[in-house]
Ligand binder design. Structure first.
Ligand SMILES: [Zn+2]
Length: 455
């Protein structure tokens, strides 16, 4: 135990003074582009990670491939046909099926249950307009895009428009299905186009026309994992998804988390056998298609998950105050267990509770393993939700190299404390797990694995 501070300060110093993270991020973004789930860009980025890990860790990483029906973007058009005629800048949402239809528009506000309850009778046959991420007045966690989409489709909507919440004509993207086609066509539009449609609706009936030629074909994606053994078998699993969206460079989401994790492997490699708990570093594929890599791993790793006491997930770690991470810890007992070790004045973290289903910690939470979802402590520049993430503006220039190095240092320090100075939190199972998922509003999302089809 006496070497905890030495280990933490050595690791933080190393990570703070290294430029390698930014080199990885620039390579990921500029060499392989958006690294869309299931694409050849994603596969090439995976090969780059394998090659890098071979050099950094000195042992070959474990690569686990999986196949699924992946989405292929085709031409898509969205237009108002009444009361005016105008083409609308938009993008097809991944997973959207092909379509060619004309229908009346209906705004469903934020698309939460309380919003659609009041409109249930009006939704059948309509193209619905729904606001992307934003706070919910009742304090409940906001629903994931896919939940809003399936809610509207289940009530008979024939099309789904998802409007961004940050200015700049930034049409927002995000997957609708996991494997295979989603039920109704979906389009991302910008805040400004959403506002235009709301203004037209305030005047009277609005008719839209939409056409999409997307398709699906069988694709391969991979998870890449490398172990850094500690003195004990108990393991911290730390992960980041390396895929992104085809419309941009996927720099903050999640080139940043991937680069930080590669940096952690480099800095931890010399500490092999010296940390208390072991560390398994996992690079997930196809997160943006519906957490496919992490679901696949969580449900097929079997006994390899037995020693895992914590899952720490790194997603979009740079667009807040430099180095400051929000750590969302679940379940509540695990938060109580870890909070004393993380609440020290020099560690720039905000420890909060709750459980989200929007990144790769979730499949592990759904199996009862305590999770910590780490992300930047709020987007900077007054942006809401994912900030630049999931838009065409998620580019390398948004990433401050200092913030990236600081984020790596914070993540490394958190990892040391999880390894050295916290008791193992208990896992949940059976009824206690179901009750905890229900209390977090994530019970339905936890059953999503049953709908995914691999092979
Ligand atoms: Zn992400």
């Amino acid at each position: 135990m006496e070497n905890v501070h030495m280990l933490e300060s050595a690791l933080a110093g190393d990570l703070l003074t290294s430029d390698a993270g930014m080199t990885h991020l620039v390579t990921l973004a500029d060499q392989f582009g958006g690294r869309a789930a299931g694409s050849s860009d994603e596969a090439e980025a995976g090969a780059y990670i394998v090659e890098t890990l071979l050099t950094l860790a000195g042992s070959p990483p474990l690569v686990r491939q999986f196949r699924y029906a992946g989405w292929q973007r085709g031409d898509a058009e969205l237009a108002v046909v009444a009361p005016v005629e105008r083409a609308l800048p938009s993008i097809g949402l991944p997973g959207s099926p092909a379509a060619d239809l004309e229908a009346a528009l209906l705004s469903i506000g934020r698309g939460e249950q309380e919003d659609v309850d009041a409109l249930a009778a009006d939704i059948p046959g309509k193209i619905v307009l729904c606001a992307a991420e934003g706070p919910r007045p009742n304090g409940q966690p906001p629903s994931h895009r896919r939940v809003k989409y399936l809610r509207a489709a289940g009530l008979g909507a024939v099309g789904f428009l998802y409007a961004g919440q940050n200015p700049g004509m930034l049409a927002v993207t995000g997957g609708l299905a996991g494997t295979g086609a989603a039920p109704i066509p979906g389009f991302g539009v910008s805040l400004e186009i959403g506002a235009l449609l709301e203004r037209l609706l305030a005047r009277g009936a609005v008719t839209l026309k939409l056409r999409a030629e997307h398709g699906h074909e069988s694709v391969t994606s991979s998870n890449v994992a490398v172990d850094i053994p500690g003195r004990e078998e108990e393991t911290i699993l730390i992960g980041a998804h390396y895929d992104g969206h085809d419309i941009a460079q996927a720099a903050t989401d999640n080139g940043s988390g991937t680069a930080v994790l590669l940096e952690l492997v480099r800095a931890l490699a010399p500490w092999r056998g010296r940390m208390q708990r072991s560390v398994r570093c996992c690079f997930w594929g196809s997160e943006e298609a519906g957490l496919l890599g992490s679901w696949h791993y969580a449900r097929t790793a079997g006994a390899a998950l037995d020693p895992v006491v914590w899952v720490l997930n790194l997603d979009s770690v740079v667009n807040g105050p430099p180095g400051r991470l929000r750590l969302r810890v679940w379940p509540p007992d695990a938060q109580d267990t870890v909070a004393p070790a993380l609440n020290t004045r020099s560690l720039p973290v905000d420890v909060v509770g709750g459980l989200t289903s929007d990144s790769d910690h979730f499949p592990f939470a759904a199996t009862g393993i305590p999770v910590i979802a780490a992300g930047a402590a709020g987007p900077g520049s007054g942006l809401v939700g994912r900030g630049w993430g999931h838009t065409i503006a998620d580019t390398v220039d948004k990433v401050d190299p200092v913030a990236l190095a600081f984020a790596a240092a914070t993540a490394g320090r958190v990892l040391v404390r999880l390894s050295e100075s916290t008791p193992a939190p208990s896992r949940l199972s059976d009824q206690a797990l179901e009750a905890a998922l229900d209390a977090a509003g994530r019970l339905a999302a936890s059953r999503r694995w049953q709908e995914l089809q691999f092979g």
